[in-house]
Write a protein that binds this ligand. Sequence first.
Ligand code: PHE
Length: 357
Amino acid sequence: MTTFPLANLAEETAAALTRIGAANELADLLEAHAHVLGRRSALVALQKSLGALAPQERAGAGATLQDARRRVEEAYEARRVELEARERQRALELDRLDLGDVVVERVTWSPSVGHPSLVATTQRELEDVFVAMGFRVADGPEVESDWYNFEALNIPPAHPARGMWDTFYVELGDPETVVLRTHTSPTQIHLMEHAVATNTLPVHSVMPGRCYRRDTPDARHLAAFHQVEGLVVDRGISFADLAGVIETFTRAYFGPDIESRLRPAYFPFTEPSAEFEITCTICRGEGCRTCSHTGWIELGGCGMLDPAVLEAVHIDPDEWSGFAFGFGIDRCAQMRHQIADMRALIDNDVRFMEQFS
Ligand code: PHE
């Protein structure tokens, strides 16, 4: 008759408890479980050896063995709960964003983040080009009186040139006295008035902003659009200065591959006046629907300040001269990014807009 190896049992139990305690990951613990309690474990081998014992010894040894087994199993359970909690904590921590003192739970879906529109970005880029040339940036109201939008710009009531701007009127005061500005040129008047009032001539400024015309939107026009106005009032300014600024701007913004040209034109507030155009970037000058098959896109107008405009704001045209220009920001965005139809800018199609984030 063999005797039950109690010393062995104590040793195996201690080894099993150590192994369970040493498991630091759930995977290790499962392995430890198989090792200390599985079919080929020392404890199961001891259990099998019970059969060889004398009956009176077997009962006692069986109870001792059961007790040992229970202790090992309890240790395993406790460790499992511990390691699972630790793993959950770790997963939670990975799922947080640490923002200094503030800890924010990270959301599992990724929210799409907005960005400035293409027109806003283009406006900033254009401002940068002009600031680099020494211009300051100013802005003015979108709702103007007839005087600022037209009269001070040498366009008296009923002047035929008013037909150049299909105007939205605001129902305020006497009929047709308040308008949504049809161009950024009225801001020239505000700037010159301010310079006179504060005795701060000369002026070298650009004035970007939104304008409105009762136009039917098409590939090149929107009823609400954006212009950037330029104004220089100084001593001894010539047309060559104006042409140089336009040329510098088109090269800086569109690159040297794009040609620009000035063509004689008429504006009541400048004399002489010109329109400036660049090669159509959609067809590279070949002619297409966007440029009405001319190969050129008109960006805006410009010219030397008409003395009548300087006089309207009490600037002496014998002492001061200057030039002005105004062109479409939306047009620039369209040509720079080869957008065949300008209406894409206001369609609010995210697939279009996300290209310009
Ligand atoms: N204001 C003119 C327009 O919108 C453009 C322009 C500005 C022309 C300044 C000459 C000088 O058509």
